[in-house]
Write a protein of this length. Structure first.
Length: 171
């Protein structure tokens, strides 16, 4: 694997889906689980682009459902690797809904996924660093360590005292 750091933009992934009847609930809104599936695919592509490896979902955090997406609407998911650690990558995803009749696009959801790069032996493998360029990318990069530490604390894999970025919250 090439270990040279890459800009965040190299991992950008975008997919668009049409909400069909089998994707909608009895209120004619997109099932949340279907959106998560679409997001998982978009994020997996982003993680794979960055790492150059098969990448598997390790966690899904901070999913927000800020607005419903109607039957017949278009759903565009955009994802990028916001930060890497040893073998894992935080992948940030944003979702826009689009009214086909008017073309109006509205941001309606977001999520943060964690992926782990896997080598040919099926075991986690190191990933290259990511270089944030835009202000938005830099902000997401800066917050990723705190989000990771909090996720590990909540999972019981880290003690609050070990979280360098969160010490002030637990003092």
């Amino acid at each position: 694997m090439n270990t040279e750091a890459r800009p965040t933009s190299d991992s950008y992934s975008e997919t668009t889906n049409l909400v069909l009847p089998n994707d909608a609930n009895n209120m004619n809104n997109l099932f949340g689980g279907q959106l998560l599936k679409w997001l998982d695919m978009t994020c997996a592509i982003s993680a794979g682009r960055h790492s150059g490896r098969v990448s598997v979902t390790a966690a899904v955090d901070d999913v927000s459902f800020e607005g419903s997406i109607k039957l017949g609407g278009l759903v565009t998911s955009k994802a990028h690797v916001s930060r890497t650690f040893n073998t894992s990558m935080e992948v940030w995803a944003d979702v826009w809904k689009e009214d086909q009749a008017t073309g109006k696009r509205t941001k309606c959801n977001s999520a943060i996924y964690t992926f782990v790069a896997v080598g040919k032996d099926g075991k986690p493998t190191p990933v290259r660093a990511v270089i944030p360029v835009t202000d938005e990318e830099k902000g997401r990069f800066d917050g990723a360590l705190r989000r990771r530490q909090l996720r590990l604390i909540l999972a019981g894999k880290m003690k609050p005292a070990e979280a360098t970025e969160l010490k002030a919250l637990f003092a």
